[in-house]
Design a protein around this ligand. Structure first.
Ligand code: NAP
Length: 257
């Protein structure tokens, strides 16, 4: 799974196709979308004709479609919208406590068996739910995509995922820009001669976390890629770890957080 991807929430219409094409030209291989974003057709347009094996496409099925037949039908529709034969990763966008997970994971297993999804994962799963999912799923749960940035250091969840061979994917890795204004992040950026966005992404990368920043701008997409040829000092990393905020910028309609 490529460690840097382009997030596409709020990218719609032509702007979405242009942004995904730009990202591809810059060298992004990993695109993150979801049924709920309503932009599969536009993402698909940007991917049409490209070498499929060089792409990593993640999509997500929403919580209302986690019954067996609904999940299969949603995935098949998602593939058609994207113009793809398979997804590299299919995630449960967030849990639905009213639908037995056994049914959901059985459907994911079938999609995997049919070659329609190469790997599976979850999103917005707290430790308790993730532990249940690990018990139930016959396939490895490859990733848990959760909100993670310097204003929301989810250390316990990260340790649990590491112990269970599940990679964490950080959504809102810039805290939807709120983390860029944090004084610690800004001072670390100045000390390292980097931008606050690069500091946020590098901090996550040094923790083994996959990042999917969203941008509509080629310049910021390029900036967000330039995080691999330098390091945050251990002292700087620890100062960011110690930022006391536990601030979520995303409010999901679930009561678990
Ligand atoms: P984000 O990536 O933390 O922040 C995106 C914002 O930051 C945009 O306003 C963007 O503006 C700006 N930005 C990007 N690069 C920048 C830079 N270098 N300097 C300054 N500003 C910069 O937030 P997000 O889009 O909410 O999260 C990322 C992706 O995670 C989403 O797009 C989506 O794919 C996924 N996600 C998943 C879930 C889930 O429940 N699984 C929830 C939320 C998000 P411009 O576009 O103008 O550059």
């Amino acid at each position: 799974m490529p460690i840097l991807g382009l997030g596409t929430w709020r990218l719609d219409g032509e702007e979405c196709t242009t942004a995904v094409s730009t990202a591809r030209e810059l060298g992004y291989t990993h695109i993150d979308t979801a049924d709920m974003y309503g932009n599969h057709v536009e993402v698909g347009k940007a991917l049409a004709g490209l070498d499929r094996s060089a792409l990593f496409v993640t999509s997500k099925v929403g919580p209302d479609d986690l019954r067996h037949d609904d999940l299969i039908a949603t995935c098949e529709r998602n593939l058609e919208e994207l113009g793809l034969d398979y997804l590299d990763m299919y995630l449960l966008h967030w849990p639905n406590p009213d639908i037995p997970m056994e049914e959901t994971f059985e459907a994911l297993g079938e999609l995997h068996g049919d070659g329609k999804v190469r790997s599976i994962g979850v999103s917005n799963f707290i430790i308790k739910r993730l532990a249940q999912a690990i018990e139930i799923s016959e396939l490895p749960i490859c990733t848990n995509q959760v909100e993670f940035h310097p204003l929301l250091y989810q250390e316990e969840l990260l340790r649990f995922c590491e112990a269970n061979d599940i990679v964490v994917t950080a959504y809102c890795p810039l805290g939807r820009t709120e983390a860029l204004d944090n004084e610690v992040v800004k001072s670390v950026a100045a000390e390292h001669g980097k931008t606050p966005a690069q500091v946020c992404l590098r901090w996550l990368f040094q923790k083994g976390i996959i990042v999917i920043p969203k941008s509509r701008s080629a310049e910021r997409m390029r900036e967000n890629m330039e995080i691999f040829d330098w390091e945050l000092s251990a002292e700087a990393e620890q100062r960011i770890d110690a930022i006391p905020e536990q601030k979520r910028v995303v409010r999901l309609p679930i009561a678990e957080f």
